[in-house]
Design a protein around this ligand. Structure first.
Ligand code: ASP
Length: 336
């Protein structure tokens, strides 16, 4: 199978980014199988299972792959993968240790979607670090798709989650430093960013996705971004593929980014072409100030082909497949 060579295979080392061969690792070419879970026909042109995630989060993709290799499904994999970063206190854009809003409160947004098209989300969740697992509980244990604020926290506690203070000393200090000037400027790129969007295809060929974040640092109290909004931060269609977004959520919401990418794949675009088109929709809006913010998409289609694209340089997609777990440098729009 011939694929567009769209991303360079990289090893991110302490010395910097080493670019090597392009990723063309596809096996099982054109093999068709019936999914045990759904009965749908799966065209297997890539080696399964596979996991991709936004940014350089190899510990998280490794945890997700472990679930898949032990025969777990894609939903369990993306939940377990996201939990790794939610528990990582050093990561300052997700879960415990996330940077707070301008009033000093850490508030989390997350969502999850399975191969059946079911979904769950939490917004403005306080004091519970595993927002992705609460989102899954919303999906599985309630008749709703989204719970917010106090209601989400109350539901989490009644489901057995332990409340805790999510503001670490490091994040508190960063917030106090920010308060000196109190100027909000979106940061274009943060290397080793850890807001997580993760997509997985399990051995049955079924796709699930999840997204979890503490949102923009020093946001207005009550602000919610794209990450918990199904269709914007995440969308999964098990017949077509899936997409997840990162970056300035407002711009993703305005273009319903992840749904757009999946619909473009439905129309025949590759994951790479679909991500590029979705970024184009943002940057080509009249008077777009895209030079001041970053948005990145990653996507996978039913064949296991993947793509990633961002407005600016510096975005990476972690891909775990065939015993390899690597951060791949993404293509980007702004060459100036
Ligand atoms: N998309 C997230 C938000 O706008 C932030 C991020 O991905 O860094 O809340």
């Amino acid at each position: 199978m011939k694929r567009r060579q769209f991303i360079k295979k990289t090893s991110l080392t302490s010395a910097g980014i080493a670019i090597g061969a392009s990723l063309t690792n596809c096996t099982n070419s054109n093999k068709k199988e019936i999914s045990e879970a759904t009965g749908s026909t799966v065209e297997k042109t890539a080696s399964l299972p596979l996991v991709i995630a936004t940014w350089n989060v190899k510990n998280a993709t490794a945890a997700a792959m472990e679930v898949l290799e032990e025969g777990g499904n894609a939903l369990d994999a993306v939940e377990q993968g996201c939990r790794v970063e939610e528990a990582n206190e050093k990561g300052q854009s997700v879960g415990k240790g996330g940077l707070p809003d301008r009033d000093g409160h850490v508030t989390l947004d997350a969502c999850i979607m399975n191969h059946k098209g079911d979904c769950g989300a939490v917004v403005y969740l306080k004091d519970i670090k595993h927002a992705v697992s609460v989102a899954r509980k919303v999906m599985e244990d309630t008749p709703h798709v989204m719970l917010a604020g106090d209601g989400a926290k109350q539901f989490a506690i009644s489901s057995g989650f332990q409340p805790e203070d999510l503001l670490t000393e490091a994040s508190k200090k960063a917030w106090e430093d920010w308060k000196v000037e109190s100027e909000y400027k979106p940061i274009i790129n943060i290397e080793n960013h850890d807001t997580i969007g993760m997509l997985a295809i399990d051995k049955n060929g079924d796709i699930s996705g999840a997204c979890t974040t503490s949102g923009l640092a020093y946001k207005m109290a009550g602000r919610v971004g794209d990450s918990p909004i199904i269709g914007s931060g995440l969308f999964v269609d098990n017949e077509i593929g899936a997409c997840v977004a990162t970056g300035l959520g407002e711009e993703v919401v305005k273009t319903v980014g992840s749904f757009l990418v999946v619909e473009l794949m439905r129309q025949g675009k590759s994951p790479q072409e679909a991500c590029e088109e979705a970024i184009k929709r943002i940057v080509s809006k009249p008077e777009s100030n895209y030079k001041d913010f970053q948005v990145g998409y990653i996507a996978v289609n039913k064949k296991g082909e993947t793509g990633s694209y961002a407005i600016h340089k510096g975005f990476t997609m972690t891909k775990c497949q065939d015993g390899e777990n690597e951060a791949l440098e993404s293509g980007f729009f702004n060459k100036t």
